[in-house]
Design a protein around this ligand. Structure first.
Ligand code: NDP
Length: 329
């Protein structure tokens, strides 16, 4: 069936300026790390992307190796773009990344100029795009000189293959250095992509200050701790959940008794606020003034709907915040 986007798609989403830049991102963005590979059902992947767009999610985040197999999430997204969304390309912010293992041998991993430039070319081909809006270096490379990695990002911008560049998982000092090298080459670091959620608050120890100071936006990944910050694991591990499936990055052993005790208490608090735990967890990351967008994953259309509904209640009172701090301490 031919897709026509909802005419009300911009009515209920908030769009937040990404650092000191001209780009605004939706407060909820969708990532394609899991559930969009060739092993997944195409019609479900397509339904999630289209429902997200209908709800005002204009930003979709990929990486060269999302799948499985590697590359296949970009292929799936490319097919959906071609079939349904190409007319709306200018309404979309599409990002991809390179930095983790992608192809065999010494040139398909980390941060060399050769890897990053070859990888963006492959990504554009898989998605059938002329450019991406944001290209990231996916993680710091301890061996390649930062000048080479940032030089590759600057080259990618100057060759028109990406409109903006970003970095992911860089620590505060590395972020400062990377942004400064880019600046010397006339390129602004638009955005940083760190992990952040109720159980993992590392960005509060220095990174957010650096991002504020440098005017770099912040999109936080795994805001639901891969689904642990929802009610789904409170009565066992469902077979269709990330922890219940094979070949995912969430292991059963990560769902410990100690974690579940905390999740149970957080769930009770969320219920008192009239929210699902997933919604409260998203509201909590979004209350950090440095955070531009919460980058969610999803396995079902209904999860995207639930997550976007978090925007209906983003406020916390002092008592709720101290209860949360007590539970997670
Ligand atoms: P989340 O923490 O949002 O976890 C997503 C999972 O949570 C879903 O697959 C689903 O689990 C569950 N879920 C989502 N919404 C709901 C809901 N409303 N109610 C109940 N359960 C829900 O994020 P991800 O870990 O998936 O990461 C998001 C994105 O961040 C990735 O797709 C990727 O784009 C990016 N990322 C970047 C990294 C980097 O190094 N830069 C690393 C990791 C991710 P289930 O499948 O069990 O149903």
């Amino acid at each position: 069936m031919q897709y026509t986007p909802s005419s009300t798609r911009y009515d209920n989403m908030n769009y937040i300026r990404c650092g000191k830049s001209g780009i605004k991102l939706p407060q909820i963005s969708l990532g394609l790390w899991h559930n969009f590979g060739a092993v997944d059902k195409f019609e479900n992947s397509r339904a999630m992307i289209l429902r997200a767009f209908d709800l005002g999610i204009t930003h979709f985040d990929l990486a060269n190796n999302y799948g499985p197999p590697y590359g296949s999430a970009e292929e799936t997204f490319g097919l959906i773009l071609k079939k349904d969304l190409m007319t709306y390309r200018d309404e979309l912010i599409i990002s991809t990344k390179a930095g983790w293992d992608m192809w065999p041998g010494p040139y398909g991993n980390f941060g060399s100029r050769k890897y990053l430039i070859a990888s963006i070319d492959q990504s554009l081909k898989r998605m059938n795009l002329e450019y991406v809006d944001i290209f990231y270096h996916h993680r710091p490379d301890p061996e390649t000189p930062l000048e080479e990695t940032m030089g590759a990002l600057a080259h990618i911008i100057k060759s028109g293959k990406a409109l903006h560049v970003g970095i992911s998982q860089y620590k505060p000092e590395e972020t400062k250095k990377a942004a400064s090298i880019l600046q010397q080459m006339g390129v602004k670091c638009l955005i940083h992509q760190p992990n952040y959620n109720l159980f993992d608050r590392w960005i509060e120890n220095g990174l957010t200050n650096v991002l504020d100071e440098l005017g770099i936006g912040c999109i936080v990944f795994s805001p639901l701790a891969q689904g642990i910050l929802s009610d789904k694991y409170l009565n066992g591990i469902p077979s269709d959940s990330r922890a219940g499936k094979e070949r995912t990055y969430l292991k059963r052993s990560q769902i410990t008794e100690e974690i579940l005790n905390k999740v149970q208490k957080l769930n009770e608090l969320a219920q008192k606020r009239g929210q699902s735990l997933a919604q409260m967890s998203l509201a909590w990351v979004l209350k950090n003034p440095t955070v531009t967008s919460a980058l969610i994953g999803s396995s079902k259309v209904s999860q995207i709907e639930d997550s976007v509904d978090a925007l209906k209640n983003l406020k916390f009172d002092d008592d709720e915040l101290s209860q949360i701090n007590e539970i997670i301490s």
